[in-house]
Design a binder for this molecule. Structure first.
Ligand code: ADP
Length: 258
């Protein structure tokens, strides 16, 4: 569904992504993990077509900046971009009309109810709390039911009810065949949800594993994350203070990309 090939993005002297390649299978949920500054947002903004970069990105075989790809791709940015002078309902209706959706009122109502915004429809963008802004941001990304959806740190700022709703929606969308790429730096927030995990650090993909591959290695996602990003082996984690630097280096090789 998505093919990212040798993408490099620099901001001045900072290399935010270096020769990044990966693919997403149709209908799969992929989590993009990595510490702050790893390059997660940059690769997502490259895929959605907001940035210039070196390399190739295709969506269902179409160049990512083509009209065809734009019809397929949806995006929930990390920071909500709301209009201060539009109400919650006006934001949703504006987007529905931009996507030429039919019979969108029921879908809008369903989303606003699920994310507890149904009683806030007349509030303006700048009257919403941070958490409410994030919920509206999510509702806007989910509204067109895109075939492929990217969400950049979607759990940040959400209350437990909204996190539960979002997890339910991710399961429902996967069942409906939606391909998803979800970035986070909080590993706990995505456990149980993913089919494939990509771990990024310093602008490169350090690990690319499917769930069966990780299960077969006997590791948890958290263990793999620390092996890859800190070169800490499972043995080190279960025996804090033990000097396992050599075994850590060996173990870190499993599940990594070349
Ligand atoms: P992440 O989403 O994993 O936290 P980012 O993609 O935001 O990481 O950032 C990757 C690197 O690119 C960081 O070093 C960051 O400082 C840099 N960066 C991101 N956006 C910009 C920008 N607009 N201008 C300059 N540097 C940027």
């Amino acid at each position: 569904m998505l093919q990212v090939s040798h993408v490099t993005k620099t901001y001045g002297k900072t290399v935010a992504c270096r020769d990044v390649s990966f693919h997403l299978d149709p209908g799969s949920v992929t989590v993009l993990l990595g510490p702050n500054g790893a390059g997660k947002s940059t690769i997502m903004k490259s895929i959605i077509g907001f940035l210039r970069y070196e390399g190739q990105i295709t969506v269902a075989g179409f160049p990512n900046k083509s009209v065809e790809a734009r019809r397929i791709l949806g995006y929930v940015p990390e920071l909500p971009a709301l209009y201060p002078n539009l109400t919650v309902l006006e934001h949703m209706e504006f987007l529905a009309r931009a996507y030429k959706m039919n019979n969108y009122k029921e879908r809008i109502n369903e989303l606003l109810t699920r994310f507890e915004l149904a009683d806030k429809t007349k509030k303006f963008g700048d009257e919403l709390s941070k958490g409410m802004q994030q919920k509206l941001n999510l509702c806007l990304g989910l509204l067109p039911s895109p075939q492929m959806l990217m969400m950049d740190e979607p759990m940040i700022g959400l209350d437990p009810h909204a996190i539960k709703q979002l997890k339910n929606m991710i399961e429902e969308m996967r069942a409906a065949g939606c391909t998803m790429l979800i970035s986070t730096h909080i590993i706990d927030s995505v456990d149980m949800l993913w089919d494939r995990a990509l771990i990024m650090q310093d602008g490169t993909i350090k690990a690319d594993v499917t769930r069966p591959e990780l299960d077969a290695s006997g590791r948890t996602l958290e263990e793999l994350f620390f092996e890859v990003t800190e070169n800490v082996s499972r043995e080190d984690m279960s025996h804090p203070g033990a000097d396992g630097s050599e075994s850590g280096a060996e173990d870190a090789g499993r599940g990594e990309t070349a």
